[in-house]
Ligand binder design. Structure first.
Ligand SMILES: [Zn+2]
Length: 235
């Protein structure tokens, strides 16, 4: 199984690895990888796998049967190769800022309006959040975004810890997603923002809130109480 380095260090940009397997010439597994596979509303990383100076562009990263698969643009990598890996940092860092911002906004939605997140999608130039909310108004959403920006100014730290399934089940607010916890896992990775937010999460995050910058809500959509939506950008 690939050691998923991004789980413990989201700032790792370059590392050495061994090619553990090659499928159809261009689907590569590595013994360890910091390439984030698409999931949880966060797009996959891109970057390069480099063998003796020859660059293989990584165009897609996905998780299949628990294994991280890297699709490269051309043939030539072989099992057992020693390689250098490098992620497209500008792209990844943008996703990290958006992902942490999503957690902060979902914290406010939950604390102020008991909203459950039903979906979210991060892009390079915006993020979308879907949620259920009884008592909805765009003006209220705007106040939650304003409050998020005030919290960013406190520059709280983001930390990662591990919790058992039993401990997570005692704190229902940890799994804020409406769909609940994955059934097959006994240990969960918890992403904390200072002391104000804890969530079960497999994504990559910034280290401190100030890295987010400023959140600006750009659009809201209302299709019924289980289907509210907001879009924001980071400045
Ligand atoms: Zn997340």
């Amino acid at each position: 199984m690939t050691d998923a380095l991004y789980m413990s260090d989201s700032y790792l940009k370059k590392w050495d690895a061994k090619v553990a397997g090659v499928k159809d010439g261009k689907y590569i597994t590595l013994n360890q990888s910091a390439f984030y596979p698409k999931g949880g509303g966060q797009p996959c990383d891109e970057g390069y796998i480099i063998k003796n100076g020859q660059k293989f562009k990584v165009v897609y990263v996905g998780k299949f049967s628990g294994e991280i698969s890297h699709e490269v643009e051309k043939l030539g990598l072989k099992e057992g190769d020693t390689v250098l890996c490098e992620i497209d940092w500008e792209r990844r860092y943008t996703y990290m800022r958006y992902h942490t911002a999503c957690h902060l906004v979902s914290n406010l939605l939950f604390r102020r309006a008991n909203a459950k997140i039903t979906g979210n999608q991060i892009e390079l130039d915006k993020a979308r959040m879907d949620f259920s909310m009884e008592d909805y108004s765009p003006e209220k959403l705007r106040t939650y975004i304003e409050e998020s920006n005030e919290i960013i100014k406190q520059d709280l730290l983001i930390t990662i810890e591990t919790m058992s399934r039993a401990a997570v089940l005692k704190e229902p607010e940890l799994a804020r997603l409406a769909i609940g916890l994955p059934k097959n896992l006994q240990e969960f990775r918890i992403v904390k923002i200072g002391d104000i937010d804890k969530q079960v999460d497999g994504g990559t995050h910034v280290k401190s809130l100030k890295e987010i910058g400023e959140i600006e809500m750009t659009k809201t959509v209302n299709k019924g109480k289980n289907n509210r939506r907001l879009y924001f950008i980071l400045k």
